[in-house]
Design a protein around this ligand. Structure first.
Ligand code: PLP
Length: 428
């Protein structure tokens, strides 16, 4: 069934570390051979052996309307004829910035970069430059990309591979990153008091997605917002996952919270390498060339990446019903999964908001990294493979949210629920 993928994986390991260009793709935490993809259309991916899968990772978020979405493919093809990069400004970059500002609340200015990592890294530097302070607070199990400052108690692959300290991150950098448990406002207040006047920023995944999907508890973000106001701390919403996914205006809109700086990635690029950070003018004007906080990029605002993102965001802006449809589908899936999991009789938790959802095999609420990590993640591995065998491609780790795309049909969701029912019988 996976012969060609196995062959490719053997070959890949000779020239690429671990055979992959991003660690979670290696299937290391769930075991088995990573599947090499050949093509994808709508909600389906096809591997090198020609197997078809219903896709629940959507390239880890970006493909919110499904793969090879025709308007995006066409726009890229047309744009490429006019050159793929200039290294000089273009009108399209202004249109993209104006479009983003028209969709997201509370952002006066935006700077485009090429990945979510770059966006978060730059936002932190800006917060430090703006406040003249060194330390940041992040949350255990949250992932903000692979920049040094964030690889302290991080989520996603860092949690999946159980990497406690990342070699190559200097003690000095690590010491400037303070961590607290997600949803533990008192712990954050304590850190802020202990390091009074030293904290430049609090960065948070507004709805966590890198330890499975975990929702903010009522009052948590409101408390952080207040603390930041009281202490002159820059409040950063990392909306790389949630931006343009939970709502056109992202988690700021969905949760009704105003951040000082916001980072974007994934959906913003329509499947091309794009990230962005933006926020209040008062802070953003400290970025070079307006200010001295240096940040740059040879391919930032790249025309092919911009047209892909612009085309997707335009469709999302013009069709707000997409978010309603996506959420209805996700709730339908959640309810169907609930039914078969309940009948199965073993403990489980489903967390869901908008089109983000995940299952933890746990007998306690999953509200932070400790509760996510203490779930039965061995069971998740078996579940993952049982689903894969039945043509459903879930994230290959319990420490990842599933992402629904709007090309999924109710028949696909029914198949997924039926596959879960069958798979559960193999899990005991
Ligand atoms: C919340 C969050 N922030 C930042 C990043 C880093 O983005 P990228 O992988 O584009 O560098 C990710 C990636 O998964 C993410 O989920």
């Amino acid at each position: 069934m996976y012969e060609k993928s196995k062959e490719l994986f053997e070959r890949a390991q000779k020239s690429i570390p671990g055979g992959v260009n991003s660690p979670v793709r290696a299937f290391k935490s769930v075991g088995g051979t990573p599947l090499f993809m050949q093509k994808a259309k709508g909600a389906y991916m096809y591997d090198a052996d020609g197997n078809q899968y219903i896709d629940y990772i959507a390239s880890w978020g970006p493909m919110i309307l499904g793969h090879a979405h025709e308007p995006i493919v066409k726009a890229i093809q047309e744009k490429a004829l006019d050159s793929t990069s200039f290294g000089a400004p273009t009108q399209l970059e202004i249109e993209m910035a104006e479009l983003i500002l028209s969709m997201v609340p509370n952002v006066d200015m935006i700077r485009m970069v090429s990945s979510g990592t770059e966006a978060c890294m730059s936002a932190i530097r800006l917060a430090r430059g703006y406040t003249g302070r060194n330390k940041i607070i992040k949350f255990e199990g949250h992932y903000h990309g692979h920049a040094d400052s964030f690889l302290v108690k991080a989520g996603s692959g860092v949690a999946t591979f159980n990497i406690q300290t990342v070699p190559g991150v200097t003690a000095g950098v690590a010491n400037d990153t303070l961590t607290a448990a997600y949803n533990d406002l008192d712990a954050v207040k304590k850190l802020a008091a202990e390091h009074k006047g030293d904290i430049a920023a609090i960065i948070v995944e507004p709805v966590a997605g890198n330890m499975g999907c975990i929702l903010p508890q009522p009052g948590f973000h409101e408390g952080l917002r207040q603390l930041c106001d009281d202490e002159g701390i820059v409040f950063i919403f990392d909306e790389v996952m949630t931006g343009f996914r939970l709502a056109a205006g992202g988690a700021q809109e969905r949760l009704g919270i105003k951040a000082d700086l916001v980072t974007y990635g994934k959906v913003i690029g329509g499947g091309m390498p794009v990230g962005a950070f933006g926020g209040k003018k008062e802070i953003m004007q400290h970025i070079a060339p307006l200010g001295n906080v240096y940040q740059a990029g040879t391919l930032s605002g790249n025309p092919i990446a911009m047209i892909a993102g612009y085309t997707l965001l335009t469709e999302l802006k013009n069709n707000p019903s997409i978010y309603k449809e996506l959420e209805e589908k996700t709730i339908y899936l959640r309810d169907g999964l609930n039914e078969v999991l309940k009948a199965w009789g073993q403990p489980y938790i489903i967390n869901q908001l908008g089109s983000m959802i995940s299952i933890h095999f746990s007998d306690h609420a999953v509200v932070d990294f400790a509760t996510a990590a203490s779930a039965n993640n061995e069971l998740f591995k078996k579940y993952f493979h049982a689903m894969l065998k039945r043509g459903v491609y879930l994230p290959p780790s319990a420490f990842e949210s599933w992402f629904l795309n709007n090309a999924l049909t109710y028949a696909d969701l029914d198949k997924t629920i039926a596959a879960t029912k069958e798979s559960l019988q193999e899990l005991v």
